[in-house]
Structures are given as C-alpha cells and as structure tokens.
Design a protein around this ligand. Sequence first.
Ligand SMILES: NC(=O)c1ccc[n+]([C@@H]2O[C@H](COP(=O)([O-])OP(=O)(O)OC[C@H]3O[C@@H](n4cnc5c(N)ncnc54)[C@H](O)[C@@H]3O)[C@@H](O)[C@H]2O)c1
Length: 432
Amino acid sequence: VKYSTICVLGLGYIGLPTASTFAARNLKVVGVDTNPHVVEILQKGGVHIQEPGLRALVQDAFRSGCLRVASQPVEADAFIIAVPTPIFPDKSADLTAVKAAAESIVPVLRKGNLVILESTSPVRTTQNIVQPILEQSGLKAGRDFLLAYSPERVLPGKILQELVENTRVIGGVDRASAEAGRDLYAVFVRGEIVLTDAATAETVKLMENTFRDVNIALANELSRLAEKSGVNIWEAIAIANRHPRVKLLRPGPGVGGHCISVDPWFLVESAPGITPLVRTAREVNDAQPQYVASRVEEILGGLTGRRVAVLGLTYKADVDDIRESPALDVIARLSERGAVLSAFDPMAQEVSIKGRRADSVEEAVRGADCVLLLVAHEPFRAIRPESLRPIVRTPAVLDCQNAWDRAAWESCGFQFHLLGDGSRAITWNVEK
Ligand SMILES: NC(=O)c1ccc[n+]([C@@H]2O[C@H](COP(=O)([O-])OP(=O)(O)OC[C@H]3O[C@@H](n4cnc5c(N)ncnc54)[C@H](O)[C@@H]3O)[C@@H](O)[C@H]2O)c1
C-alpha cells in the first residue's frame, strides 16, 4: 500500500462509510468534521447516520485504533474531501464547504500527497476551484502533489456494499494523479476502476443523476396524462417496459434527496441557454408535490379544516434522509390551503413540520379524512386497511407509490386513489 495514512474531510453519509472502510483495511484514518456535534457523537462511540452495517463498521474501526476523529485536518498521505455541495435558493451551486475544506488542507499539505474531491461538483470545480486553493501552500498540482476527482455513486441503504462493488471513476488533473487515485481506492474497491480526466469524471457524475431526473420527470408527466385519459400509468409502464429497449422509471410525489434533485442544476447553471431539457425536467419534478396536494384537494372537495394523515417524510423508502424531501413540500402546500396535518415516519430524523408528528400509523390516521401514502417504507407496505377503517373519519386514501392493493382497501370501504391511475381498475400486469 502506497498510502498508509488518510484524512477524510466530512463525516456524513459518504465520508463516514469511506473513512471506516479504509480503516477496516488497516489504513490509519483521521476523520474530520467541522460540526462539533458529529465529532462528539462519534467520539462517544455513537453513530449519527442510519445505514445498514455502518454502526458495527465504525465501532470496529475505533476499537482497532485505525480510525479517530478530529475537528481539523492533520498531516496524511492522502486527503479525501466529502463535504456537502448543496444549492442556493437561486439554484446555483453552494461550494462554501468544498472551498473551506480545501483551505483547511493547505497548512498540512506536503510534497507527494494525494488529494481527492468526492463531493458532487460543477464541472471544472477540481481544477478551477480546489487546485488554486491547494496551491496557496506553495506546492503545484501535478508537480508536487496529486489531485483527482472521484464521484461517489452509492445507494443510501446499500452504501457499504456499493462502496466496494461499484465501478469507481477517478479523474485526475493529470495521468499520474488518476493512477495515484486508483492505487488508493484499490485498497477496498472490488469493482472496476476507470481512469479519466477530472472534468470528464465531474461530468459523468452529473450526467448520471440528470439521466434519472429527466426520466422520472417523463414518468411524472405521463402519469398526469394517464389520470386525464382514464389509464393506469402503472399498468401502462409495466407493459411498455417489456419492450427490449424501453425502461420507464416510476412516477411519484416528486424527487428529493440531495443528489438527483440538486445535481442537474449544476449543469443548467454552467450553460442555461443550452440546457432547456434538463431545466424543464427539474421543474416538472419540483411541481409534483403541488400536483399531489391538488389531488388531495380534489378527493376531499376542499382542504380547509380537513385532516390529512401523511405517511412518510423521507425522500424515499427505507432511508432516514429528509433532505429536499418532496413529502415536506406536499405537507407545506396542504397546510397552506388549510388542511390539518398529522404525519408519521418511523425512519425520519427530527424535522419540524407544519402539523403534528405522530408516533405511530394509528396515531397519525386517527380521525383523518384522507390517508396519504408518500413514502413506501417497508412497515407502510404491510399496513392492513381493516385496522385503519374504524379509526378514520372519512375513508379515503391516496397512494402515491403504488404500494397498496386497491381491492383490499376498497373491500373495507375505503375510497381508494392511486397516483397516475385514471382507470381505477386495470392492474392485470402491475407487480407490487
Ligand atoms: N449521500 C449520498 O448518497 C451521496 C451520493 C453520491 C454523492 N454524494 C455527494 O457527496 C458529498 C457529501 O455528501 P453527504 O451525503 O456525505 O453529506 P453529509 O451532509 O451527510 O455530510 C457532510 C459532512 O461534512 C461536514 N463538513 C462540512 N464542511 C466541512 C469542512 N469544511 N470540513 C470538514 N467537514 C465538513 C458536515 O458537518 C457533514 O457532517 C456531497 O457532495 C454529495 O452530493 C452523496
């Protein structure tokens, strides 16, 4: 192993699994986070992120002495930057954390070091933003230290597995930097390691998430059309996807998380005049919570004083992450129009909502006029409608995830609505 000490900046969903996976391979890792709360929890033996297997991995890493945490970077052979890259309200990239992280490396950067940016970033951030900051050390990228961009493409819920198994892309500011990155990640990556230049690697990451966003927008638009034309979109998609070259994605209440709902804006920002498709897809998906709120309004014939029980707050099923969650947007819109909300999510972190946070499905649903399923967490899929029928005020349901069985709900007297289903009957080919 060429690199035996690593400093990982940012101990979130990406940085903490990465740091502990390197530590599990016996590299000496110092994890750095500027949030004192994160450092404190980790130092006390806790883990602030819910991710299968992570707690045990982190605790083993501490026990072996290979991982420790700090609030400032220290000297190391390699530095990995995994800090947040959100967008400002005007949808432009907020690179504050990337710049601060790079600045914090400057005093400890030494000749021969490798620096890798993992944060999803606008194209040319590595060379135009990170490189000049690091060069304030007096060292030159390419000559004195190595610099590369390596995007992270793990799926929350499967981070530890995908970290190791996914194809890893490493874009160097020069060939030597890309090769150095390969040597580092080869410590644990079992997937293919593909080398390219930094700008291509940055582009690849943004294209991947934009591909998904555009295709989800298509599914959402088609699902609105299906409702108008008396068709069940889920049935239509199930059949269309039997075509050997068609793979429509799923409609839903919107797109959240801090990747797919954010990254396409990095492309739009860099060239607004030539990216109308990417922008429109974002707008279609961002309008979906509003669309869902209108569907509830239609179902109830008005929202003022009506009680809506919202199931699910996270941005997708079986994760605890509420960042950019469309569910929060749906709640805000329902509440603006006078609905009385109660919401339950067994996974979601603390978050203040316009309404009551219930502690169980029953508590959320009691007295409701409409049960609104926004996120198909496993326990929600298993809900038995007969257990809810006696406790609602009005038996109406809007399932935005195609998670529930219409016949089961209707047989206990619920008026059942499914997002994207204008037919209310045909589900011969739909698999739940
Ligand atoms: N979460 C994912 O599934 C995922 C997937 C692919 C890519 N990414 C990208 O990875 C990057 C990190 O995402 P995340 O989900 O881990 O974020 P996160 O918010 O979970 O964690 C980031 C951590 O960085 C810390 N931090 C902020 N500024 C810092 C600084 N200057 N020095 C040290 N620490 C600092 C924060 O306190 C936080 O704990 C983002 O660019 C994101 O777009 C995330």
